[in-house]
Design a protein around this ligand. Structure first.
Ligand code: SF4
Ligand code: SF4
Length: 436
């Protein structure tokens, strides 16, 4: 057997240690186990470790050859930087009944002087590396100066809040200016996702962001987009980056704005990221000139989709109809697949997904880590016993079924839609060469 990484745990002050004898265990669905070496990589730069209060880690006791609950500390998790997909959750038990904040909990161990995590890089991170972004007060000053020169447009004030208060890296791009410009447009949504990061019922868990409170006009949207495109390197305009309402509810304003943008700059890449729940509205933005549509879903199995999205007034069939419109319009079709170990990689879910991507000729899957407490998620989902392939194996099955499909994490400029980034590397590791 390979050298299993040590258990990582934290005391109540948040100080982090590795255990001298107990070993790392991980979790998928409700199963705890020891990960294979091929599933681990060194902790990526810009990751952050944090402890999970009121939990006990589950560890592997090599001498006794069994899993055990370690009572001497709290479980530890990792925030992975964008561009990395988690393969397993931390293995832990809660010591009190509570719902943890909406984070993408990821296991961590320690081996030969390094932290290791079960994860895989799925996209080129050169633009999105947190090291490229200023999180200090110097940046706040830059935003203040920018606003002084652009005092009228409400959208700039919203983007300033997103950039400075929420530290949204996409929003920071607006003030550099460079790369992808997010365009919050919708205060409303017709779903009620269990893990919505912009709106949560009081009894659940805190939302990291407060929802946008106004609907920008087509002129306000086009103004921000065109000013960005004039000054920025590699500009992209993206509606619906994840923590507002859903832009499908603002499709009329967006279509109006896209017409203005495309009239003035036809070559500018415009992305529409949405739950795509209203086919006529999706058609409207496509007709206006949107280049790429990214459809957000956690599953293509109706029961699993409904249990998480809790749609109001639409069905998964409407999302499928929108997808057909995307293909008819010749736009680039991406899925924003909200992945969770032990859900997305279950045999039934995987089989349905393989048929779906084949039937609808999906161009790219953005593999996203679903931010949610596992107990909260599984309290909403009902599964019988079935095989779990593993997240990495799921990606391999997808590639086998549809070799031309690409994986990624970020939106792309038009010229790069079909570019092979080389990620993720799904080859089995060469003998004698370890990624850790
Ligand atoms: S679709 Fe998006 S905005 Fe709507 S509830 Fe779900 S996560 Fe929230
Ligand atoms: S709404 Fe969310 S994703 Fe969009 S700019 Fe603001 S913080 Fe960023």
């Amino acid at each position: 057997m390979y050298k299993i990484p040590n258990l990582v745990y934290a005391n109540d002050k948040g100080e982090i240690f590795d255990h001298p004898t107990l070993k790392m265990a991980v979790r998928s669905a409700n199963y705890d186990f020891v990960p294979y070496e091929a599933e681990l990589i060194r902790l990526p730069d810009s990751s952050r470790l944090y402890f999970m209060p009121d939990t006990r880690p589950v560890a592997y006791d090599q001498e006794a050859a069994n899993l055990t609950e370690f009572k001497g500390g709290n479980a530890v998790s990792v925030f992975l930087p964008p561009g990395f997909l988690r393969l397993f959750l931390p293995a832990y038990r809660k010591t009190k009944d509570y719902i943890m904040p909406l984070y993408a909990y990821t296991a961590v161990g320690y081996l030969d002087g390094h932290f290791v995590v079960p994860a895989i890089q799925v996209d080129d991170i050169s633009k999105w590396n947190p090291a490229n972004y200023d999180f200090s007060e110097n940046f706040d000053k830059k935003v203040e100066d920018f606003l002084k020169n652009n005092p009228e447009n409400r959208l700039y004030r919203q983007l300033a809040v997103c950039a400075v208060k929420y530290h949204c890296t996409a929003a920071k791009n607006v003030f550099y200016p460079r790369w992808e410009c997010p365009m919050p447009t919708s205060p409303a949504c017709n779903a009620s996702c269990v893990g919505c990061i912009s709106l949560q019922p009081a009894e659940c868990c805190p939302s990291p962001q407060a929802r946008l409170s106004f609907a920008p006009t087509p002129e306000e949207i086009a103004d921000v987009a065109l000013r960005h495109a004039e000054k920025a390197r590699d500009p992209i305009i993206s509606f619906g980056q994840g923590c507002e309402g859903d832009p499908v509810m603002a499709a009329d304003n967006i279509a109006g704005a896209v017409k203005i943008i495309k009239k003035s700059m036809p070559s500018l890449t415009v992305n529409f990221n949405s739950n795509c729940s209203v086919p006529d509205k999706v058609k409207k933005v496509l007709d206006a000139g949107v280049d790429s549509v990214r459809v957000s879903l956690n599953s293509v199995v109706e029961e699993t989709y409904n249990a998480y999205y809790r749609p109001r007034g639409y069905e998964l069939a409407d999302v499928v109809k929108s997808i057909e419109h995307v293909k008819e319009a010749g736009a680039f079709l991406q899925l924003n697949l909200l992945m969770f170990p032990g859900v997305s990689d279950r045999a039934g879910e995987a089989a349905a997904l393989l048929d779906f991507i084949d039937e609808h000729k999906v161009d790219l899957i953005q593999t996203r880590n679903l931010n949610i407490d596992a107990e909260l998620l599984f309290s909403h989902l009902r599964f019988g016993p079935e095989e779990i392939h593993g997240v990495k194996n799921l990606l391999r099955l997808i590639k086998k079924r549809r070799p031309e499909i690409q994986f990624g994490y970020f939106n792309r400029m038009k010229d790069d839609f079909y570019k092979n980034t080389g990620f993720p590397d799904l080859r089995p590791p060469k003998k004698g060469r370890s990624a850790i």
